[in-house]
Write a protein that binds this ligand. Structure first.
Ligand code: TRP
Length: 332
């Protein structure tokens, strides 16, 4: 049964780009898991968006499957939320076309992600890279979403979906709510090796902690994290601050954090003790997720069923909205 339109709907998605790191988990997924209990939630795998960067078609099915398994193993519960793949619902691209015709070009050209990606992929500056946020607005508005839980870097895109909603409503009559961005309470997780920069896989192995990395590797990476990049400074070094952030965000007991902080303030803290507490905490957080994933891998039928159910519910709403939109635009 599709949810009634009076329910508060949230929508979010991720690109199937490969294994997530703990920054991705703490910055988005963990928040989704909490929100699914309070709202009607749609979580998608945005494979159409992933096509804007050069890729090997052979790898795509595996990338998508991996992300579904990640969603489920971190605690998204198909009884509580709807999980589906963007390209399975053609209404996303249909609405994106309609939105293309009302989105000012200037709004797209000033998007920071477009500028960054065009710099990074100079030999593949395709139109999709520019209209990426229009498809994202379609994803969001198709479900008459009121809130979009994402990381900070997506704020500008959610803002664009508000502009598009407003413009559509003005031109064709009130149809869409203006969705609000819902940022995660967790502070940003920084790189282990360059703690002034955001944790990211593209910087290299020693910079991130993979959600599905084996515990020994995780411990080794944390034990060699940079702590004293700004040695001698009065302020807490960025690397140490990041370790404390990770410790708290991954659910360490407050008494443990307070104790380590006290030692830091008294200048008696041995960084290896802090690191080993962080390693214990991170490993305790990822272990049940990793176990759940192993179990899910044994049960591919279940994963297919989850996607089928999610698609069915989502599509019913998508078709309803597209019908309304086409009527309002004079196409039906
Ligand atoms: N652009 C988002 C990202 O890279 C992914 C995305 C696509 C998305 N469509 C969305 C997120 C709709 C929220 C809502 O993270």
């Amino acid at each position: 049964m599709p949810p009634s339109t009076s329910q508060k709907i949230l929508f979010s998605g991720m690109q199937p780009t490969g294994e997530l790191h703990i920054g991705n988990y703490l910055g988005a997924l963990k928040n989704w898991v909490a929100l699914q209990h309070e709202y009607e939630c749609f979580f998608t795998i945005v494979d159409y968006h992933a096509m804007t960067i050069e890729y090997d078609p052979k790898d795509m099915p595996e990338r998508v499957k991996n992300l579904i398994l990640t969603y489920l193993s971190t605690g998204l519960d198909p009884e509580k939320c709807h999980i589906f793949i963007q390209s399975h619902i053609p209404e996303h691209t249909e609405l994106a076309w309609i939105f293309n015709t009302i989105t000012p070009l200037g709004e797209l050209e000033r998007m920071t992600q477009f500028k960054d990606k065009s710099d990074q992929h100079r030999n593949n500056i395709n139109a999709g890279l520019l209209t990426y946020p229009v498809l994202m607005a379609a994803d969001i508005l198709l479900y008459k979403t009121i809130g979009v839980p994402v990381g900070e870097d997506q704020t500008q895109h959610v803002e664009l979906s508000r502009i598009v909603a407003r413009k559509f409503n003005k031109l064709f009559g009130k149809t869409f709510p203006e969705p609000k961005v819902m940022l995660t309470p967790t502070p940003r997780i920084m790189s282990l090796a360059e703690p002034e920069k955001k944790m990211s896989k593209s910087r290299g192995e020693k910079h991130y902690i993979g959600l599905f990395e084996d515990p020994d590797t995780i411990r080794k990476k944390i034990m060699s994290a940079v702590t004293d990049s700004s040695a001698g400074a009065k302020k807490m070094p960025a690397g140490v601050e990041n370790l404390f952030t990770i410790l708290t965000a991954c659910g360490a007991e407050t008494s443990l954090v307070a104790n380590l902080m006290e030692h830091y303030n008294e200048k008696t803290l041995q960084y290896k003790d802090l690191k080993s507490a962080v390693a214990d905490t991170v490993i305790a957080m990822v272990e049940p997720i990793q176990t759940k994933r192993k179990n899910l891998e044994q049960n591919p039928g279940y994963v297919t069923e989850v996607i089928m159910n999610g698609t069915e519910t989502a599509r019913a709403i998508a078709q309803q909205t597209i019908k309304e939109v086409k009527q309002k635009c004079g196409l039906l």
